[in-house]
Design a protein around this ligand. Structure first.
Ligand code: XMP
Length: 315
């Protein structure tokens, strides 16, 4: 059994002794970075500057919700709006590993800019064990270069501090509960955000489509779970595939793309089973998606692949 209170006490003591100067932390609003920020804030207080980067690749209304939540936790927060920079950097990038590297690198560059503003020496990160294991840590093969790991350039000037690097997701969620962080039961969201759910070219329009589709999947599955029709999956979202098919809207021919709905049960994200979703719920999701983004999406499919062999995200 993971002992949250001794982990918190020990990591606060560790951070107190290892952080002797100004530190900066990347807050994404996810469980991992929020827990790392609250622990670091407890350890070093006003030496810690929290930076939230709005990459333009966040879920619907996420930036406002995150700003509110982090503000309420008493963190010293700066928001950097960087949507245009991300879209520009990702223009013409479609290969998943390349995408992750570009995103990781820009993320670090932005932090370096913020670092020079506050004179930070340390970068605290919410990296957890699956991030570095799947990024080729130890003897394992590189499956995906996780954001926070694979994107680090060689010439980086900040010293990295990773208080959660030996923990798994369920342990971080336990910590969040122990620290009374509201984020505790949020589903995981990948560091590179909607970029890894938007296969093919990343444009403002396509990111908008996948953002709307993800919001619909979240709303409908949360509703179905609250009505007792199914258990809420561990993670559930939509991805946009650059696969076009012929459809018809009214009596007009359409040639739109495909949305895939993904919902899985898992303990820690290392392995997963696809979730069984009642057909009426899937049908409602499909109708809502095709009605909301008329013309852009013609077809909605459900992913019935376990991990392994599939990963949870499509990229
Ligand atoms: P995969 O797709 O590798 O995902 O089966 C396992 C879990 O990790 C999340 N994920 C990420 N989380 N940075 C993160 O912080 C990333 O680059 C990243 N890629 C995937 C994914 O959403 C799932 O919960």
């Amino acid at each position: 059994m993971f002992d949250t209170s001794s982990f918190i006490t020990e990591s606060i003591a560790d951070l107190k002794s290892s952080i002797d100067d100004t530190a900066i932390i990347a807050c994404s609003g996810g469980v991992d970075s929020t827990v790392a920020a609250v622990i670091a804030n407890n350890a070093v207080g006003d030496k810690l500057h929290c930076v939230y980067v709005d990459t333009g690749l966040m879920r619907k209304n996420e930036t406002q919700e995150i700003q509110k939540m982090l503000g309420e936790l008493g963190l010293n927060l700066t928001t950097v709006f960087a949507e245009e920079r991300y879209l520009e950097a990702l223009k013409d990038v479609t290969e998943p590993e390349h995408k992750r590297k570009v995103i990781g690198e820009l993320f670090i560059r932005i932090f370096e800019e913020e670092q020079s503003k506050v004179g930070a020496k340390y970068l605290v990160q919410g990296t957890i064990a699956p991030d570095w294991i799947e990024s080729g840590g130890g003897v394992r093969d590189t499956i995906k270069s996780h954001h926070n790991v694979g994107g680090l350039p060689d010439d980086m000037t900040l010293e990295i501090v990773e208080p959660l690097r030996d923990l798994y997701k369920d342990e971080v969620r336990d910590l969040a509960r122990a620290l009374e962080i509201k984020v505790a039961d949020r589903q995981p969201f990948p560091g590179p955000g909607l970029a890894v759910r938007c296969l093919g070219p990343l444009t403002l329009e396509r990111v908008h489509v996948v953002r709307e589709a993800c919001a619909i999947v979240e709303e409908e599955l949360e509703l179905a779970a609250s009505e007792g029709k199914m258990d809420l999956p561990w993670q559930y979202f939509a991805a946009l595939l650059p696969v076009r098919s012929v459809g018809v809207h009214g009596d007009v021919r359409a040639y739109g793309e495909t949305v895939v709905v993904r919902a899985v049960t898992s303990l820690d994200g290392m392995s997963a089973k696809y979730s069984e979703i009642p057909h009426d719920v899937l049908a409602k999701i499909s109708t809502r998606i095709t009605n909301t983004v008329k013309g852009a999406v013609n077809r909605v499919v459900y992913d019935i692949t376990h991990k392994p062999p599939g990963t949870i995200e499509w990229e």
